[in-house]
Design a binder for this molecule. Structure first.
Ligand code: MG
Length: 183
């Protein structure tokens, strides 16, 4: 029987890949902040950072990050076969698999995450715009993955802030957090 890869190995690999490709958690938190500040004036960048960090506990998101970044890196090194190599290298507009993989990983955070992902795909805030504009590297998958982490973190935060406003107890919030980190 094959032995499953330990979860902490997968999580650390996904976080390391993001960092290696030039995306910090602070960069993603800034997008979350810009999305949510209009709805919650007391929002802090620490709130956003905490939510981005929590989203990265999710296996589905870790897996999407690993698959997408791997394809970007293989394309950058010319190690895919044609015509896929050229499609990914040129960030072909009708390809769509980059968006599909990223979109698939936001479903765990509900409808706000889905609609926010769609918005970020068009508006390209913050580092998403930088990744999209940087032509010397291949970021065909990475820009969408960053949008999916930001969208999930923004949706999670929107629900958390409502809970906080309603003065739910610390134990109740922690229980909800634990529930969120499953899967
Ligand atoms: Mg893309």
């Amino acid at each position: 029987m094959k032995v499953p890869v330990p979860s902490n190995v997968v999580e650390q690999a996904a976080r390391a890949k993001l960092q290696k490709r030039g995306v910090s958690l602070e960069d993603i938190a800034q997008i979350v902040y810009d999305l949510q500040i209009k709805y919650y004036s007391k929002l802090t960048i620490e709130d956003c950072l905490e939510s981005v960090d929590a989203v990265l506990f999710k296996r589905e998101i870790q897996h999407a990050i690993l698959v997408g970044i791997e394809l970007d890196e293989l394309a950058e090194r010319g190690q895919l076969s044609e015509p896929l190599l050229s499609i990914i290298q040129s960030d072909e507009g009708l390809f769509g698999v980059d968006e599909t993989i990223a979109l698939g990983s936001v479903f765990g955070f509900g409808s706000i995450a889905v609609t926010t992902f769609g918005y970020l795909d068009k508006a390209k805030l913050g580092i998403i715009k930088e990744l999209d504009a940087g032509k010397e590297k291949t970021h065909t998958f990475l820009d969408d993955l960053v949008a999916s982490v930001a969208a999930s973190a923004a949706a999670r935060l929107a629900h958390r802030l409502r809970d906080r406003d309603e003065n739910r107890s610390r134990i109740e919030l922690e229980k909800r957090d634990m529930e969120d980190k499953i899967g």
